[in-house]
Design a protein around this ligand. Structure first.
Ligand code: ATR
Length: 275
C-alpha cells in the first residue's frame, strides 16, 4: 500500500493523519498516512530513509519547511516563491519534488468555503516570518487591491514586501498602522503561542472587515477574540486552511480532489469535544 506521512517536531498532535484518512475513505484510495518525528539535526536523513523505505510522499511541518526547501532542488513555482516546502512528492524514478499548498489552502478556505471576495479589498498580513512568507504569493494571486505586510520588526516586513516586487504591496512596522484600515486582516504571527495578539492600534477594521487567524484551537484563538471584540463580520481560525492545504497535497499525490466540507466539520466536532 502507498505510504505517506507528516514529518515535524513535535508531531504527536498533528491532525494530518486523521484528515488524510478521511480523504482516503471518501475517495476510495488505498493508502496509509502516518506521523514521523523528524530529528532536529538530520532532517535530510529522515526524508531519505522514508523514501528508501518506499514512502510516496511527505507533508512537512514546523520546524522543517525551510529545510525541506533547501533540500529539494526541484521546486514548484509556488514553493519557490514561498521559500518553504510543505509537500514532498516522490516521483516514479524516486526523485523528489517540493511544493507548497499552504497559501492556496488559506485562499480556498477564505474564498470557496467562506465566500470572501478579494476584488478591490485591502488586505493586512501580520507577521514577516516563515508563515507569512509562505502565503504571500497566494494572497497576491487572489487579486486584492492592496496588500500591506506589518511586522513587530519593521525591517523584516519591508524586506519581504520589497522582495515580492508587486506594485500593490507595502511593508511597515505595527506602529505605522495608525489611521489605516483594512477589509481583511490575516494573522501570520506566532504571538498566539504565548496567548497574546500583536500590539495593534484601534480602528484597523474597515466596515464589513474580516479577520483570519492562521492557527486554530479547541477554543477561539486570542486573535479570533480580538477580531470579534472589534466588530469583525467574520473572525475565522485556521482549521479550514489546514484541511484545504491537506486536500491540495492529496490531489498532488493521488490525482483526486477530496471534498473538504465534511472533513472540516468532523474536525470541528472533534475540537469541540464530547458535549
Ligand atoms: P513562523 O514560521 O511561525 O512565521 P517565525 O519565522 O519565527 O515563525 O516568525 C514569527 C513571526 O511572529 C514574526 O513575524 C514575529 O515578529 P518579529 O519578526 O518581530 O519577531 C511575529 N511575532 C511573534 N511573537 C509576536 C508578538 N508577541 N507580537 C507580534 N509579533 C510577534
Amino acid at each position: 500500500m502507498d505510504r505517506y506521512a507528516v514529518i515535524g517536531n513535535p508531531i504527536a498532535h498533528s491532525k494530518s493523519p486523521q484528515i488524510h484518512a478521511a480523504f482516503a475513505r471518501q475517495t476510495g484510495q488505498r493508502m496509509e498516512y502516518g506521523r514521523l518525528l523528524g530529528s532536529l539535526d538530520d532532517f535530510a536523513g529522515d526524508v531519505r530513509a522514508f523514501v528508501a523505505d518506499g514512502g510516496r510522499g511527505l507533508n512537512v511541518t514546523v520546524p522543517f519547511k525551510q529545510a525541506a526547501w533547501k533540500l529539494l532542488a526541484d521546486r514548484s513555482p509556488r514553493a519557490e516563491a514561498a521559500g518553504a516546502v510543505n509537500t514532498i512528492i516522490v516521483l516514479d524514478d524516486c526523485r523528489l519534488r517540493g511544493d507548497n499548498t499552504d497559501g492556496v489552502g488559506l485562499v480556498r478556505d477564505l474564498v470557496d468555503n467562506q465566500g470572501f471576495d478579494f476584488a478591490g479589498k485591502r488586505v493586512l498580513l501580520l507577521g514577516a516570518g516563515g508563515a507569512a512568507h509562505g502565503v504571500l504569493g497566494a494572497l497576491l494571486d487572489a487579486g486584492p487591491a492592496a496588500l500591506t505586510i506589518a511586522n513587530r520588526t519593521a525591517a523584516k516586513a519591508v524586506d519581504l514586501a520589497r522582495a515580492a516586487a508587486d506594485a500593490r504591496i507595502d511593508g511597515c512596522g505595527l506602529g505605522d498602522l495608525a489611521d489605516r484600515s483594512f477589509d481583511l486582516i490575516v494573522n501570520a504571527t506566532s504571538s498566539g503561542l504565548e496567548g497574546g495578539v500583536p500590539d495593534l492600534p484601534d480602528g484597523l477594521l474597515a466596515a464589513g472587515a474580516w479577520t483570519y487567524d492562521m492557527v486554530y484551537g479547541d477554543a477561539p484563538t486570542p486573535f479570533c477574540r480580538w477580531g470579534e471584540a472589534r466588530g469583525a463580520v467574520r473572525a475565522l481560525d485556521g482549521l479550514g486552511m489546514l484541511v484545504e492545504q491537506a486536500a491540495e497535497s492529496f490531489r498532488l499525490w493521488r490525482g483526486v480532489r477530496p471534498e473538504t466540507t465534511p472533513v472540516i466539520a468532523e474536525l470541528r466536532r472533534g475540537l469541540a469535544g464530547p458535549p
